[in-house]
Design a protein around this ligand. Structure first.
Ligand SMILES: [Zn+2]
Length: 190
């Protein structure tokens, strides 16, 4: 009485040829295939490590660049209300410097752009600004922070209410003024 030798039909994971395995854990038809597979596996692992290292390095680079205030072209489009092609033109003419991290990864210096574009920055709040009618004097108005303080509303709420109710406003110096009557009507009613 002895063990009958197992013969398990299998397909070699390396050469894809059918063979008879002696154990259920056998994966390859021969030492040659087992060896070859081990080497390829090792190669794949190394490649993966290499790739991970590159990614890591890249992430660091991005973090550093953000720290240095470099921004992407699309961020500049939003921040400065300038078209993509205008930005590329500025880069091409060497008016602003750019760093190219790869396809679609051009980074430009925000400070440089600020110096250049400060006169034409588009402020979302200014764009639809409805001027104060002449009848309102500065003393008839609140500044936005006064509104926010008086009615215990956060500035973004104040802003959206002003937008929603189409309240006239005027920017004088650093402050935006809104008529007290208009604001009181809305906030006291609420
Ligand atoms: Zn094989």
């Amino acid at each position: 009485m002895g063990f009958s030798k197992l013969k398990i039909p299998k397909v070699c994971e390396q050469c894809q040829k059918p063979f008879e395995a002696k154990t259920i854990t056998t994966r390859f038809c021969s030492h040659f295939c087992a060896d070859k597979n081990r080497k390829e596996q090792k190669k794949r692992e190394l490649e993966l490590q290499k790739k991970e290292k590159v990614l890591e390095k890249y992430a660091d680079k991005i973090a550093t660049l953000q720290h240095r205030e470099l921004i992407s072209v699309s961020e500049a489009v939003v921040l400065f209300g300038i078209s993509k092609s205008s930005i590329h033109r500025l880069i091409k003419r060497n008016i602003i410097r750019s760093v190219n991290l790869g396809e679609r990864l051009t980074r430009i210096n925000k400070t440089e752009l600020e110096k250049l574009l400060s006169p034409i920055i588009i402020n979302e709040n200014d764009k639809q600004e409805k001027e104060l009618p002449k009848k309102y004097k500065k003393e008839d108005c609140y500044t936005l922070s006064q509104v926010s303080e008086k009615f215990a509303a956060n500035p973004s709420t104040v802003n959206s209410i002003i937008e929603r109710f189409n309240i006239p406003k005027e920017k004088i110096g650093k402050f935006v003024y809104v008529p007290k009557v208009e604001i009181d009507k809305i906030f006291i009613r609420q």
